[in-house]
Design a protein around this ligand. Structure first.
Ligand code: NAI
Length: 480
């Protein structure tokens, strides 16, 4: 606590460095800044208590301060143990007008290199807005907060305590442990939190997958907006964001020459497409693996060889997983890789690469080259290099996507928060998308900065196409 603000960050004195970067980022985030101007007077988020769990980076700082500028009370954590930028976290706590001695920003609980125990401890801090108040809105990235509230409320409804799960997924085990420790005497804490929630806006593919499953099973307790599938999110952040931050992560981690190497990209969805572009741009020979015939055909038409991982495990130099799935690279495949092959994941969770299996190989030695870069030396003397312990290395080894592309994603987030909070009657308990006119608006807000001269339809042309001069220009099923 300092000046009435509770927080847990690495070092508050980094705030000034963070603030300088936030200032530069604001200039690169025209969509978010336009939202601030548009809604400054109306204060649509007054009364909103937003619990945010999303990589605590410089770009996220601009989102947080936008939500505050619209009237929200906010508490924030990171959704990944390695993704926090400590200077950004410090700057958000200190706030634009505060000082290290007298911070006046918002409570942040995040630092780079949390343990999993820290992670869930931080996440639990989201639920305490003081005076017994919980949040009434969630910004989620990957769905951990949403999942925590749902599991908590479900255990309470069943009058049960979460079991001491002995499955070998430490993340889930620790989530259950956290739940067990944080249920209150009357066993209704999460039920009360869920009842107050007007909704969640979800940032990423895997979080949307988890929400869709909750909805399908009739378990969804509050409405959700799928931000990921706004065109101006997944077709930009997932693709062009990765194109930038994947190369950044590889370079900062290893500084290895990418040109000429055989790079294997697992998954050719939006993230995979961006990963391939980055690697090809550096002159790598890129091959991909896919399970979906449509994506496999797309890759082939782009001139990429589509292979099975088993067939390239021993010859690839760089392996990148982008699937959002599980068990993509097995420990047997890791063991067969070339000496000093580089292995990294940019899918949301860390189970794409069998890190648990790797740790159990008899006689294996793990050498820290530097934080988030590890050499795993097999008993036969050969090694592989694993980035960020198998977690999102574009955030763990670098600083994630750049501001301009995140402005698109976060303008969708800000609009989704306004929609869910101010028009609850419009959003029944299911997973919604933002309407296309808002998606087009987000894109429009980013054109001037790039000098785009948009053509305007004439009335005759619009009638001919059967659209309004002002848009929307495409039907919802159009795929871009
Ligand atoms: P997507 O669904 O567009 O692409 C994933 C692709 O992987 C699909 O085409 C799927 O068919 C393929 N796939 C699934 N299982 C496979 C397997 N066993 N072998 C080969 N291919 C397989 O999803 P998107 O948007 O590309 O996201 C992928 C992951 O990246 C998600 O977990 C998402 O949350 C995460 N993400 C990470 C970001 C970052 O900054 N690191 C940014 C945005 C998303």
């Amino acid at each position: 606590h300092r000046n009435g603000i509770d927080f847990a960050v690495a070092d508050l004195s980094l705030a000034e460095a963070g603030r300088h970067q936030i200032r530069l980022a604001e200039h690169e985030m025209p969509g978010l800044m336009a939202v601030r101007r548009e809604f400054a007077a109306a204060q649509p988020l007054r009364g909103a208590r937003v619990a945010g769990s999303l990589h605590m980076t410089i770009q996220t700082a601009v989102l947080i301060e936008t939500l505050v500028a619209l009237g929200a009370e906010v508490r924030w954590v990171s959704c990944n143990i390695f993704s926090t930028q400590d200077d950004a976290a410090a700057a958000v706590v200190v706030g634009p007008t505060g000082t290290v001695a007298q911070p006046s920003g918002i409570p942040v609980f995040a630092w780079k290199g949390e343990s999993l125990e820290d992670y869930w401890w931080c996440t639990m801090r989201l639920f305490d807005f003081g005076d017994g108040q919980g949040p009434n809105m969630i910004v989620d990235d990957g769905g951990d907060v949403t999942m925590l509230v749902h599991l908590g409320a479900e255990f309470e409804a069943a009058g049960a305590v979460p079991p001491p799960a002995d499955d070998d997924h430490p993340e889930y085990r620790l989530m259950l442990q956290t739940l067990r420790a944080s249920m209150d005497a009357d066993g209704k804490r999460f039920t009360r939190i869920a009842a107050q929630l007007r909704g969640v806006s979800e940032e990423t593919t895997i979080g949307v997958t988890r929400l869709a499953k909750l909805a399908r099973e009739g378990r969804l307790l509050f409405p959700a907006i799928n931000v990921n599938d706004s065109v101006t999110k997944s077709k930009f952040d997932n693709k062009y964001g990765i194109r930038h931050s994947l190369a950044d992560g590889l370079n900062r981690a290893t500084d290895v020459m990418i040109g000429g190497k055989l790079a294997v990209v697992c998954g050719y969805g939006d993230v995979g497409k961006g990963a391939v572009e980055a690697l090809r741009g550096q002159g790598a020979r890129v091959v991909v693996t896919e399970v979906d015939p449509i994506c496999a055909l797309q890759a082939a038409m782009e001139g990429l060889q589509v292979v099975r991982l088993d067939d390239v495990a021993a010859t690839g130099d760089i392996f990148i997983t982008t699937t959002g799935g599980t068990d993509i690279i097995t420990v047997e495949q890791l063991a067969r890789m070339k000496h000093n092959a580089i292995v990294g994941n940019v899918g949301h969770f860390d189970d794409e690469i069998d890190m648990a299996g790797l740790g159990r190989v008899p006689g294996i030695v793990k050498v820290e080259i530097k934080p988030q870069v590890h050499e795993w030396r097999f008993p036969d003397g050969h090694s592989i290099i694993v980035l960020s312990e198998g977690r999102l290395f574009n955030l763990g080894n670098a600083t994630g996507h750049p501001s301009f592309v995140m402005s698109n994603s976060f303008t969708n987030q800000a609009i989704a928060q306004i929609e869910l909070f101010t028009r609850p009657e419009m959003y029944e308990r299911r997973v919604h998308m933002l309407p296309k006119h808002l998606d087009e608006k987000v894109a429009r807000l980013h054109l001037d900065a790039l000098g785009v001269q948009l053509t305007t339809l004439t009335k005759k042309q619009a009638d001919y196409l059967g659209v309004d001069v002002e848009g929307p220009y495409k039907p919802d099923h159009y795929r871009y």
